[in-house]
Design a protein around this ligand. Structure first.
Ligand code: CTP
Length: 386
């Protein structure tokens, strides 16, 4: 997870920084708001603390918090000048002097103030120091003047922040492909054969890999939960589509995580229209699907890491997971017991055993995002030793 210092200075655009704060948190970042006394005339520090999900506190060393990125939005003409000249007279400017790392500034001011030679020189001084400026945009200001001075939109600032954050985190530079959810195999135009997988575990893994700096592609099979922000999303509702996309994209991936419940069988013939109800028995013929993980195992390239999931029921599961690890050509298998209702399929928590050729360890019952972190710790260790 990346930590972002969000400096908010005193302009009317401070209200838009609330949305930026929310977007950064949603994107998986740990946000530390630094609200100047000037900004408190427009918004309260409490608002930001709530949006950043930080406990109320009076950390006197807030300005010394280490972070991966420092964002100033909105940055008033006054704060811009202070940043350019190294003043440290409030929590924001103090933090700016103490911060080492990328800085993103979103200026917001009256168009005449922005075009003033003093402000131009300050902006240039910051740029020369490697500070990235986003905006200001052209448009109507709060006072009703037209010109360049409006703060860039929060989603544009978020995009700029993401670009600066790439390259931080233990999985930066790695491409991770995650398959999540449960496939649905059509019987006719409206019916399908499916399973109870919600996709929560795979989504948690994709989010955690993204937080650790990886470039993530998520193959989504009928997710019951929202896909995380910042990942490439590819819908793969059926086993055939998941197979096609996984095989096409795996060659590029450093890590492939098959957390999806891929159907083992599909109806041999799907009817194009909806089958009308009648009194006769409907007999289905199911044909086997391709085992995607095994296919990936056969064609994987050197250094690529393959992670499989074993959905088992009861105590015999461990032995079966060991066999799957050996037979499917994977480096790591994650075993979970799907016979329990408190963990596994469609549950918020999980308890898993991680199996590698070198050994096995159990991860105690925890929310799926913590389990995802434990699985990726193992992936990182395998990449280091690989
Ligand atoms: N898997 C796959 N393609 C399939 C079926 C499963 O890639 N057609 C992958 C799953 O994503 C998972 C692993 O194989 O990572 C194990 O799936 P599981 O259903 O537990 O094992 P199976 O090999 O299907 O064996 P069984 O159903 O008999 O337990």
């Amino acid at each position: 997870m990346s930590r972002v210092l969000l400096g908010v200075s005193g302009g009317i655009a401070a209200y838009k920084a609330c949305e930026l704060c929310r977007l950064l948190v949603k994107d998986g970042h740990d946000v530390v708001p630094l609200v100047t006394p000037g900004a408190e005339r427009f918004v309260t520090a409490e608002t930001f603390r709530a949006l950043a999900r930080r406990p109320p506190g009076d950390d006197v060393y807030l300005h010394l918090t280490r972070a991966d990125l420092f964002v100033v939005a909105p940055c008033t003409a006054n704060t811009l000048a202070k940043l350019a000249h190294g003043l440290a007279d409030n929590v924001l400017t103090e933090a700016a002097l103490a911060h080492r790392g990328p800085v993103l500034v979103a200026p917001a001011m009256n168009p005449r103030m922005w075009s003033h030679p003093a402000t131009r020189a300050n902006a240039e001084a910051l740029r020369a120091r490697g500070v990235v400026l986003v905006g200001p945009d052209e448009g109507e200001t709060a006072e009703g003047e037209l010109g360049v001075g409006r703060m860039a939109e929060p989603d544009e600032i978020l995009r700029a922040a993401r670009t600066l954050l790439v390259g931080t985190g233990p999985l930066s530079g790695k491409r991770v492909l995650v398959a999540a959810g449960g496939t649905r195999e059509p019987l006719d135009a409206v019916r399908f054969v499916g399973n109870r997988s919600s996709g929560r575990m795979g989504v948690a893994l994709a989010a955690e890999a993204r937080r650790r700096g990886a470039e993530v592609t998520l193959l989504a099979a009928n997710l019951a939960v929202a896909a995380p922000a910042g990942v490439e999303l590819v819908e793969t509702p059926t086993a055939a589509e998941l197979e096609r996309e996984a095989l096409a994209r795996a060659a590029e991936a450093d890590v492939v995580v098959m957390a999806a419940a891929v159907a083992d069988y599909r109806p041999a013939e799907a009817l194009a229209a909806k089958r009308p109800k009648d009194a006769t028995t409907w007999t289905l013929e199911l044909e086997p699907t391709t085992d995607v993980l095994s296919s990936l195992g056969e064609r994987r390239r050197n250094g690529q890491l393959l992670v499989g999931f074993a959905a088992e029921t009861g105590p015999a599961g461990l032995e079966r997971a060991r066999e799957k690890l050996a037979n499917k050509g994977a480096d790591l298998f994650v075993l979970n017991d799907v016979s329990r209702t408190d963990i596994g399929f469609d549950a918020y928590e999980n308890e898993v055993t991680l199996l590698t050729p070198a050994g096995e360890r159990t991860v105690a019952k925890a929310p799926k995002d913590e389990i995802a972190a434990a699985i990726l710790d193992e992936v990182e260790a395998l990449l280091r030793n690989g």
